[in-house]
Design a protein around this ligand. Structure first.
Ligand code: ADP
Ligand code: ADP
Length: 210
């Protein structure tokens, strides 16, 4: 099953994808995580995208599409029953490109109020090496400021600071929100209420996929 998780930053796409990938035996591919790992490893791609991510702008379509296409050709995909694309496509041009090399079964639209999005983004903390995501109130680590498994320090992403958050929400409205109608017209869109607890959101996702 090939899925896209669509929705504003902070809607819980990554959190639910991490749970759903095991339940559905599919691969979780987050373009944000792929970019961040390139930045951390100081690859050529990482150098190109570092400033773009810090500001909360979008990486150019061609760069992003090439990265996703290459990722979908990796071997782990052959052993699994499909994928979740989390954070891709984010523009109509990316969606058009995706159609030329893969076929989707459904697009899950995470619906959440702007008020709740701001609370989720401002409280988000991540472990830089594992990418595991926490929230200071909704999903706190066992020990404050430390990753549950590795004990490493949790950080706030640069783009989760106020200025970048406001920019990312504008970018979402302008460039990504049009994909809701785009996929609705193709009959692929499924809205889910992302305001519930992570387990409830997961259950409603599994139910609609049945
Ligand atoms: P969030 O989880 O808050 O929605 P992501 O981790 O998905 O954020 O993305 C972080 C950043 O990576 C984005 O703000 C953007 O700069 C870049 N990025 C991720 N996916 C894409 C994409 N499909 N197209 C362009 N840029 C992207
Ligand atoms: P996205 O990938 O859409 O940007 P994340 O999965 O990173 O979103 O979640 C954003 C923040 O909200 C994180 O701090 C996460 O722990 C928290 N979160 C995710 N899902 C929920 C939920 N259903 N209820 C409360 N908090 C959540």
């Amino acid at each position: 099953m090939n899925l896209v998780f669509l929705g504003p930053p902070g809607a819980g796409k990554g959190t639910i994808a991490a749970k759903a990938k095991d339940a559905l035996n599919i691969v979780h591919i987050s373009t944000g995580d792929l970019f961040r790992s390139n930045i951390k490893n100081e690859t050529e791609l990482g150098k190109v995208v570092k400033e773009i991510l810090a500001k909360g702008d979008l990486v150019p379509d061609e760069v992003t599409v090439n990265m996703v296409k290459a990722r979908l050709e990796e071997d782990d995909l052959k052993e699994k029953a499909g994928y979740i694309l989390d954070g891709f496509p984010r523009t109509v041009a990316q969606a058009d490109a995706l159609e030329t090399f893969s076929k989707l079964d459904a697009v899950i639209n995470f619906v959440l109020s702007e008020e709740e999005i701001l609370k989720r983004l401002s409280g988000r903390r991540v472990c830089k090496s594992t990418g595991r995501t926490y929230h200071i109130i909704y999903n706190p680590p066992k020990v404050e400021g430390r990753d549950d498994e590795t004990g490493e320090e949790l950080i706030q992403r640069d783009d989760d600071k106020e200025e970048a958050i406001l920019n990312r929400l504008q970018v979402y409205q302008k460039s990504t929100a049009p994909l809701i109608e785009y996929y609705r017209q193709k009959g692929l869109l499924v809205d889910i209420d992302a305001s519930k607890s992570p387990d409830e959101v997961l259950q409603s996702l599994l139910k609609v996929l049945k």
